[in-house]
Design a protein around this ligand. Sequence first.
Ligand SMILES: [Zn+2]
Length: 168
Amino acid sequence: MGRYYRGDINGKFWFGIQTSDDAAYLGVDPEHQYEYYGCGCYVDLGEEVNDSSYCGSCYDSLSEHQQDSQEQPTWFLRELYFYFSKDDLPSLQKEQQRLEKAVGQFMEGYTITGDTEFGFGYDYTIPTEYNKTLITTQQREQIARLCLANLIAHCINEKGVCRFDADT
Ligand SMILES: [Zn+2]
């Protein structure tokens, strides 16, 4: 189990520390990808959903969809979709610098792996001398975010964009 992100970058959100929308703190709002219960179709990206939304491709009415899916509402949030471009680098770098100041001293050993074809990832573990007691929850959140920020920045620099889906 775990929540993953995949695409131009691949990895796992830090359990209990990092939320699925963590990249939104780096200057880009995600698009929401909804999926319908029952038929499993996806709602088009950018399309709004509300209590009376149903899949018009598979059902003739809301009540028909509800009868089949036994769920109300008939949809759930499946993924977040992030799209960073070069235009987003300034706000990303500003946040990187802020985080670097706060927790940069713990980043020893952080390395980026992968390539533009299969996606980038990172290797990192909190150094053992800090891991037990010295680091606060807030610092862990900041470290997790800095790891992700550095990864996204690397991807943009190498590829020009950084697109990924995030499990919710
Ligand atoms: Zn459908």
